[in-house]
Design a protein around this ligand. Structure first.
Ligand SMILES: [Zn+2]
Length: 93
């Protein structure tokens, strides 16, 4: 299966979703402490001991986007779970 150039769509129907933050969560070992690099515009932050990694035991990438139409904020998550890579698109609270 190949997915290419599939636009994200907000619950309001808009496909105009703008990136605002990218977080990369990495563990040295499974179940280990989480290191995170976050990039937003020209700002890059690195921290250890992240508690907001969407993968319970492994790595993940989260791209936070906002809808240009209604301003809702969403997370596109790429989550390592056991041997699988899972995609999740969820509304931020
Ligand atoms: Zn919207």
């Amino acid at each position: 299966m190949r997915i290419e150039n599939l636009p994200l769509r907000c619950s309001c129907g808009s496909e105009y979703m703008r990136h605002q933050l990218v977080d990369v969560f990495v563990r040295d070992v499974e179940d280990g402490p989480v290191n995170c690099v976050g990039v937003s515009g020209k700002t890059v932050e690195f921290y250890t001991g992240a508690v907001d990694c969407p993968s319970a035991r492994r790595d993940a990438v989260v791209v936070t986007v906002h809808c240009e139409q209604c301003e809702l904020v969403w997370d596109l998550q790429v989550i390592q779970h056991k041997g699988q890579t899972l995609l999740t698109f969820k509304l931020c609270e």
